[in-house]
Write a new protein. Structure first.
Lengths: 453, 378
């Protein structure tokens, strides 16, 4: 169950896992797949306490808003699917300077990522941030810009080698006239861009595309793309990589691709097949956590930046500190949310780790669990201290690993942790016990094993 | 008693109060712009017309109070983001007392800070600087006193949001996280409390703005219950206006309320991006959606050629230059003594002002008429 929640969401606390365990695995998968049945994040509170969020002047503000949503959501798969889409259809603040446009794109992902894949691609093609990012708004009947048509085929749906240059040109022609109403940017701030179809600027002529001929428009192009076997393989491989394991398994990918086609390209059905599969259940700790996963999961664990139902914050959002603690830390670890390095998105797996980023990963997690006043840390201390007989060092280590994960560590790592506890528990009293647990937690989140999700 | 849109129908008494003939609200002008206010959050108007405005952009630590004239002349600003004296963390609302001292509520610091904004009292010669982060800042206000202790007990503060003075210059404070209204003397002595969490009469869910009418009745923007509640000065429930929604007379997170001399109730219907007017009888009167024009400061920028090139280019390229006039996040409504309505249009960094035209008629009439007769009479 903990594995499911790490992959379909951003991890669950021990309290949450106990509730989920009673419901059972299958029911939990069902609930995850129907986020609309759970309450949404209380956006009204976010905007009441932080006026800048609704406006999102740049991608950093939009990113910190999104991170708060990930931390506070009760629809974890909705956010995880949006994060998947953001990596796949990578759009960035380096060019899309309007943070709100990126927020709208993420909202679109939330609405469509668990639905029909065709709809998702059509909505993506109409998204103002994307129309600007890949220049489709500058693609005209008389002067076609092929950028979007090319990336749609190469990076968003089929992959290289499955289409010709002619197909790229036809796709680009079909999307001419898909633009957005250029909004006002002035002393009154940024205004909302909206999609617009300009019939006079649309190339309505006959096109040859992937072996078919017709007067195709953008919707037709998406229909033809989605029905290609290469697309099912592509989507299945990307889902496997994001949700299952860093090392590809062609048999599992084939299974997902088959389900995708049989389900008429319904993403919810594919995701159900994925979470219910043995290859998923057996892939515990087969992925390196992304920086965003580290930031969000550790925030949820310790209860920082969490809103309770009655609107009480566990923390103040410090000015700039929001970005220091979440957005900037993620950036230092190599993942600048809403500003990927290129349209290819991020290189994942072991490429997340280098000598610089690993220090940031450890520091971020260790500093969050190092604060005894955080409600999640307090809860762990209380659970560990609430037993009638004081725990032996080895028991304390195992209990701690269980509460943070649960996860397994190598014998050498465990031995080191036990040794640390044995040496540090000289002083008596609650305060000293709390300090020991905090230091142990800091060591636990510094282990190589904690870097895996 | 719940007063709804139909509450006026079926009245049976002789009308003995003047009847209000509303001739509308004329759009007057717009203040501000991004260079002057970033996320204005509340305002108060001094007797001499000077406007104090909270600027709250904490995401980047840009938080202070500005003082402007009605002609959009910047008199000065003071305060900064932080938790020290003369600093604000989450400033929520402002009120001037009769002596011109400015009271500021901070819903994170759980305190009320009192400032003088009179140049002669701020310092000798009217100019006072503080050095912060190596920068010399001109401080147009000076801390006189501050009070408040965080907590949930009576007399403690747990997220003070709206504040308002009554005729005795006692201060009502919306203590929003405890879902209650507390009353204090202006120097912080506890006088009374009412409320509690819930959606029944006299209960609140994260209330925000507060105001008084000319009879001293208290109106509270009951934010998460999407309604405005009316009480006697002592906190006895009188009426409730509105429900959740975006229809006439419905609200989506109302954040502020003001009542004019005629009894018209103005509600900042924040998440619906509009301001609504509800009559004293509870009937819906009008919605404002925004009519902004360029502020004096923006106009000067354009005429003097000091508009940023990027902004000039964006204007040149824009397909939709007219979308500028409507409200985006109207968070606070305030009235002055001249029938002017000030709408703090937060995410557009400005304040829009309207002038009410209304004539209370002294003619008395018998309201005990069937509806058909009323139509015939008209």
């Amino acid at each position: 169950m903990a594995h499911l929640m790490r992959r379909a969401g951003f991890g669950a606390t021990r309290d949450e896992l106990e509730v989920l365990a009673v419901n059972g695995y299958d029911t939990t998968v069902d609930e995850l797949l129907h986020p609309e049945d759970a309450p949404d994040v209380a956006e009204d509170l976010l905007h009441r306490y932080d006026p800048g969020f609704d406006y999102a002047s740049n991608h950093n503000v939009a990113a910190s808003h999104w991170l708060y949503r990930m931390i506070n959501t009760r629809r974890p798969l909705e956010e995880k699917m949006a994060l998947f889409c953001h990596g796949l259809f990578a759009t960035g603040g380096s060019k899309v300077a309007v943070g709100r446009a990126l927020t709208f794109q993420v909202q679109m992902f939330r609405r469509h990522a668990l639905g029909d894949f065709r709809t998702l691609l059509v909505e993506l093609s109409k998204d103002p941030a994307m129309l600007f990012w890949l220049d489709n708004a500058q693609s005209h009947r008389a002067a076609v810009n092929e950028n979007y048509g090319r990336e749609l085929l190469e990076l968003f749906s089929m992959g290289e080698g499955n289409y010709t240059e002619e197909d790229v040109k036809s796709a680009a022609r079909a999307f001419t006239g898909w633009a957005f109403v250029r909004p006002m940017i002035s002393n009154t701030g940024v205004h909302q861009p909206d999609f617009v179809f300009l019939p006079d600027d649309h190339d309505d002529g006959e096109k040859q595309f992937l072996g078919e001929t017709g007067r195709f428009n953008g919707e037709d192009i998406v229909d033809i793309i989605v029905s290609q076997p290469a697309t099912a393989q592509f989507v299945a491989a990307r889902l496997y990589d994001f949700f299952v394991a860093d090392e590809p398994d062609q048999k599992a990918i084939d299974t997902l691709a088959r389900v995708f086609v049989e389900a008429d390209y319904d993403m919810r059905t594919v995701m159900r097949a994925l979470f219910m599969s043995d290859f998923f259940k057996n892939a515990r700790f087969a992925k390196v956590k992304s920086p965003v996963e580290i930031i969000v999961s550790v925030s949820r664990l310790v209860g920082q930046y969490v809103y309770s139902e009655d609107g009480v914050l566990s923390d103040i959002f410090p000015a700039s500190g929001v970005q220091q603690d979440t957005v900037a830390r993620s950036f230092w670890m190599g993942q600048e949310l809403l500003n990927p390095p290129s349209v290819e998105g991020w290189h994942t797996g072991l490429e997340w780790i280098d000598s610089g980023t690993v220090v940031e990963r450890v520091n971020a997690a260790a500093s969050a669990v190092g604060d005894k006043d955080k409600i999640g840390v307090r809860s762990i201390i209380d659970r560990l201290g609430g037993v009638t007989k004081p725990l032996e060092p080895a028991q304390l280590v195992d209990a701690c690993l269980d509460l943070v994960g649960p996860f397994d560590v190598s014998d050498a790592t465990r031995e080191g942790l036990v040794k640390f506890v044995g040496a540090s528990r000289r002083a008596e009293g609650d305060e000293a016990f709390g300090d020991t647990v905090v230091q142990l937690l800091q060591l636990v989140v510094s282990t190589p094993e904690y870097q895996l999700g | 008693m719940t007063v709804g849109p139909d509450a006026g129908v079926g009245r049976t008494a002789m009308v003995t109060q003047p009847v209000l003939f509303r001739a509308g609200w004329r759009y007057l002008k717009t203040f501000g712009g991004a260079r002057w206010y970033l996320f204005p959050w509340d305002m108060a108007i001094r007797d001499d017309g000077v406007m104090a405005v909270i600027v709250r952009y904490q995401t980047v630590g840009f938080t202070h109070i500005t003082l402007n004239t009605f002609d959009d002349e910047l008199i000065g600003k003071f305060g900064s983001y932080g938790q020290g004296d003369e600093q604000f963390t989450w400033p929520t609302s402002l009120a001037f007392d009769r002596g011109g001292l400015l009271y500021v509520a901070d819903e994170h610091a759980n305190r009320i800070s009192v400032f003088t904004t009179d140049p002669d009292e701020v310092s000798e010669g009217g100019i006072r600087y503080v050095v912060r982060g190596g920068q010399k800042e001109w401080q147009a206000g000076k801390l006189v006193s501050q009070w408040g202790t965080g907590g949930r007990a009576e007399g403690q503060l747990n997220g003070p949001s709206g504040i308002v003075f009554d005729r005795n210059e006692d201060l009502y404070i919306v203590d929003h996280r405890s879902h209650r209204i507390q009353k204090f003397t202006k120097d912080g002595k506890f006088l009374g409390v009412w409320g509690g969490f819930g959606d029944g009469e006299g209960e609140f869910n994260l209330p925000w703005g507060i105001t008084l009418d000319h009879d001293g009745n208290v109106y509270v923007a009951d934010w998460r219950n999407d309604r405005v509640q009316k009480f006697t000065a002592e906190g006895e429930f009188l009426a409730s206006y509105g429900s959740t929604g975006d229809g006439n007379g419905q609200f989506n997170r109302p954040s502020s309320v003001a009542v004019d001399a005629d009894g018209d109730i103005y509600v900042a219907d924040w998440r619906n991006n509009r301001v609504q007017v509800i009559g004293a009888d509870g009937r819906f009167v009008k919605s404002f959606h925004g009519d902004a024009t360029a502020s004096d400061l923006m106009r000067k920028d354009a005429v003097n050629g000091t508009l940023q090139p990027a902004m000039a280019k964006a204007r040149f390229m824009a397909d939709d230059p007219q979308s500028e006039e409507i409200f985006f996040g109207p968070v606070s409504v305030k009235l002055d003594g001249q029938g002017r309505l000030f709408v703090v249009d937060s995410y557009r960094f400005r304040i829009q002002v309207y002038q009410k035209e209304g004539y209370p008629s002294p003619v008395l009439f018998d309201a005990r008429l069937e509806s058909e007769e009323r139509i015939l009479t008209l």
